[in-house]
Design a binder for this molecule. Structure first.
Ligand code: PEP
Ligand code: MN
Length: 356
């Protein structure tokens, strides 16, 4: 249920309503808006029988029943778009650049290698994507691989290299956290925590990142519905962390012509159902470098708030996902196209000042 306060309700009145909700054994979630505050209620198993009592409290304008199974992530709870800040203000202070806003008017592109392989590799790719205008550096240090015999990531050494690349380029870093055990270590380095497709329904992990204040990039599981994705995000918000960016990265369908099937319809659907930002990963969706740009362009046209793209300076020698990696030159061309497509729908491309 959502308690909508009068536009002129006082802070005390909002607090009084929150207190009443808590006394009934539910959790209040005050959400100040541009014109009025709304207070979401979670923790109830069915209709709230005491609704009338809450509705009579001073400053309450109306009560709205929320029909969606997810609450805190829903547009019903919060009408205004959430803007997630990624960068030095949110990390442990090791970053050197500016915070990047995801979910605002500007489109943001994250890019980098699938996995960190060496100092030379991560720094070369970081500099290349920065020069092309990417604002967040991606790179895995802990890799969820389909085969247990495949390269599993460099671990902490990889995190240190990402931090070095951040110090050199000023780009905040997004990297995957696979389990609760390594979360404290990853928190020492990452500006944004990636939860991969395979872990989208790892509820203990979702709760653990929800107890941090670090922004989360939550990728859609490849057999997950949009509702499943929103409910997974709900786990993070329910623990108190509202800085979640959703990512469509392709799902499994009967068609095996591509690595996955990019579900672009999910973008406008999520935008209607939720206030959270949504970005698209055209690299894992297609699995092929030659299909990355068309999917990326379509994603921006469909209303995605950004992209996460795999880039490698030497894809033939890449340890992981080389087939889908763009070389820096192709990535630069794509950035120009993205900028023009974004402009066509009235959005700027957020980019580095020294973009070349
Ligand atoms: C990745 O981003 O490197 C990755 C493994 O993606 P996903 O979880 O979407 O497969
Ligand atoms: Mn990859």
């Amino acid at each position: 249920m959502l308690v909508v306060m009068d536009a002129h309700a006082t802070t005390e009145q909002v607090e009084r309503v929150c207190q009443a909700i808590a006394e009934l054994g539910y959790a209040p979630h005050p959400m100040p808006g541009p014109t009025r505050t709304a207070i979401g209620i979670t923790g109830n198993r069915g209709p709230i029988v005491e609704a009338e009592r809450i509705g009579q409290l001073p400053g309450v304008r109306e009560l709205i029943a929320v029909t969606a199974p997810y609450k805190l992530v829903s547009r019903e709870f919060q009408e205004a778009d959430t803007v997630v800040q990624v960068g030095p203000s949110t990390s442990s202070g090791t970053g050197s650049g500016q915070a990047v806003a995801i979910g605002g008017p500007a489109v943001v592109v994250m890019a980098g290698p699938c996995t960190v392989e060496s100092r030379e590799q991560v720094i070369e790719v970081a500099q290349a994507v920065r020069q092309a205008g990417a604002l967040v550096l991606r790179g895995g240090a802990y890799k969820p691989r389909t085969s247990p015999y495949a390269f599993q990531g460099m671990g902490e050494a990889g995190l240190r290299l990402l931090a070095e690349a951040r110090a050199l380029t000023g780009l905040p870093i997004v990297t995957e956290v696979m389990d609760t055990e390594t979360l404290p270590l990853i928190l020492e380095y990452a500006d944004m925590l990636q939860i991969g497709a395979r872990n989208m329904q790892n509820y203990p992990l979702l709760k653990a990142v929800g107890r941090t204040s670090r922004p989360v990039l939550l990728k859609r599981g490849f057999a997950a519905t949009v509702k499943d994705l929103l409910l997974a995000a709900e786990y993070v918000l329910a623990e108190g962390n509202r800085a979640v960016v959703l990512c469509e990265r392709g799902i499994r369908t009967f068609d095996d012509g591509a690595r996955f099937t990019l579900d672009l319809g999910a973008v406008p659907m999520i935008k209607q159902l939720s206030h959270l930002p949504v970005i698209v990963d055209p690299s894992h969706a297609s699995g092929r470098a030659d299909r990355v740009a068309p999917l990326a362009r379509a994603a921006i046209a469909a209303g995605a708030d950004g992209l996460i793209v795999e880039v490698h300076h030497d894809p033939l020698r890449a340890v992981c996902d080389g087939e889908q990696a763009l070389v820096p030159e192709s990535f630069r061309t794509l950035m120009g196209q993205i900028e023009r497509i974004a402009a066509a729908i009235g959005r700027p491309l957020a980019t580095t000042h020294d973009r070349r």
